[in-house]
Design a protein around this ligand. Structure first.
Ligand SMILES: [Zn+2]
Length: 84
């Protein structure tokens, strides 16, 4: 089975999942600190934000990713198709 795998900005591999782990052209900065904001998520305050893993865990409105909850973004250039 062919799957698509990308790399998180710290190098950890992650499998792409529609609406949950998605490729983007560029990763923004975390809205709460200077790190890369690889999560795009609905906060527990209501608005959406971009956040690093630490601030996603701190401010996320949902523990899981998905439509209306949040996504993990990976750089499109790191995505490869692999056989599992
Ligand atoms: Zn942060």
């Amino acid at each position: 089975m062919k799957v698509k795998v990308g790399k998180r900005f710290d190098g950890r591999p992650v499998m792409l999942v529609p609406h949950e782990v998605i490729p983007v052209d560029a990763l923004p900065q975390c809205n709460f600190c200077e790190k890369t904001g690889e999560f795009d998520f609905k906060t527990n305050l209501g608005p959406w934000a971009n956040g690093c893993e630490q601030h996603w865990r701190m401010y996320r409105g949902y523990r899981e990713l998905g439509i209306g909850k949040g996504q993990l973004w990976v750089d499109r250039k790191t995505v490869e198709e692999v056989i599992r």
